[in-house]
Design a binder for this molecule. Structure first.
Ligand SMILES: Nc1ncnc2c1ncn2[C@@H]1O[C@H](COP(=O)(O)OP(=O)(O)OP(=O)(O)O)[C@@H](O)[C@H]1O
Ligand SMILES: [Mg+2]
Length: 361
């Protein structure tokens, strides 16, 4: 049974709430064929936002959504783009294949059936093609399409392009992004350092996109939505928001359980119990993650959970029996692995549930 509070799947348009300002912003960006980089802490709602924007503008836009979280080569990247483009055709399969055949110079397409859902979709065939040929075909097709419709290309988990080392994908993309006509690019991702370094001064993508940080949903918006389904006050929504540090995923997870347990007159205790249950249910996977760290890194993580900042003070170092340099280098490693992050001089652990788990160690 689905609850009206999705937390482990993307929200459908009916379940999506808030984000009016962000949707307006996207509309403006697309209207003027500008580009946007949307970043945020994990699980804030980036993917949901862009998916919802596309769903509500389906008539006016040709929207290409590509998630590149699992790419391991430049060819993977090019193929992901081609696949995403192939699945945007809103006509019957035969016309779609004809249409794509006329758009592509070299890529062939053929129908394929998903063995699970039995849905027919279109698969690009690229075995004999090089990376350059695939990229050229993709962008030539986009160029043709942009002459008849406004095109928006959203690339989710964009920081992954930095993991491809045999070609500088950002430099490669720059060429195409600069020469675009009626095309907008929306880049999304959560690994802040990798992502912002792709767009920093002197980097190939510098100044090619406006930066935008997706902030937490507003208490007011959550309350107005939630009260339709559960017996909750605005103060309790505020409490949930604070406990979750505004992380949409955790907020939704708590609301989901409040909903399925049919708790009436929800109070702080019911929220605390549910939060405990959520953290407990994730214990095994958090342990696995924790066990991948060496001892100093484990200490560093606990220190961040406990103190957030100011832990280089002498009394803290004495208490932990660790040298400043050792702690610093362990923290640096955690930071590079993006297991911890930093806001000003304060450290935090992205993924609020994991942060709470660490705080309780
Ligand atoms: N505006 C919203 N209305 C309702 N549910 C939302 C909204 N935004 C996000 N969610 C829910 O919160 C969860 C996390 O959202 P989503 O996956 O979009 O975040 P993300 O920022 O893309 O996360 P990640 O960093 O893991 O890529 C999802 O289950 C989604 O359904
Ligand atoms: Mg996402």
């Amino acid at each position: 049974m689905n609850s009206p509070f999705p937390y482990d799947r993307l929200s459908s348009p009916k379940e999506f709430f808030g984000r009016d300002i962000e949707l307006k912003k996207l509309t403006q960006i697309v209207k003027y064929s500008n580009n946007l980089l949307i970043h945020s802490k994990r699980r804030m709602g980036k993917s949901s936002l862009i998916k919802n924007f596309f769903a509500t503008n389906d008539e006016q836009l040709l929207s290409i959504y590509v998630d590149i979280f699992d790419i391991t080569s430049k060819e993977d990247f090019a193929l992901s783009l081609l696949k995403a483009l192939s699945s945007t055709q809103k006509m019957d399969i035969k016309s779609a294949i004809n249409n794509l055949t006329s758009l592509f110079k070299r890529v062939r397409v053929e129908p394929t059936i998903d063995p699970k859902t039995l849905e027919v979709s279109i698969k690009p065939i690229v075995v004999t093609l090089t990376f350059e040929q695939m990229m050229d075909d993709f962008f030539t097709a986009v160029d043709k399409l942009s002459k008849i419709s406004k095109v928006v290309i959203a690339i989710d988990e964009f920081q992954q392009i930095a993991s491809i080392v045999d070609v500088k994908l950002d430099a490669y993309l720059r060429k195409y992004i600069q020469n675009r006509g009626e095309v907008s690019y929306i880049f999304l991702g959560s690994k802040r350092h990798t992502l912002t370094s792709l767009f920093q001064y002197k980097a190939p993508l510098f100044e090619l996109a406006t930066h935008f940080e997706l902030t937490p949903l507003k208490v007011e918006d959550i309350y107005n939505y939630a009260k339709q389904y559960i017996d909750i006050s605005k103060d309790i929504v505020k409490y949930i928001h604070e406990l979750s540090n505004g992380e949409t995923n955790l907020i939704q997870n708590i609301l989901h359980l409040l909903y399925i347990y049919k708790i009436s007159n929800i109070n702080k205790d019911s929220v605390d119990d549910i939060l405990k249950e959520i953290i407990a249910s994730k214990d095994a996977s958090f342990r696995i993650l924790f066990d991948t760290l060496n001892n100093n890194q484990k200490i560093a993580l606990k220190v961040i959970g406990k103190y957030k900042k100011g832990f280089f003070a002498l009394d803290v170092l004495n208490e932990l029996n660790i040298k400043k340099q050792t702690l610093q280098s362990a923290i640096n490693t955690l930071f590079k692995k993006e297991i911890v992050d930093k806001n000003g001089d304060e450290y935090f652990i992205p993924g609020r549930a994991f942060e709470i788990w660490v705080e309780n160690l």
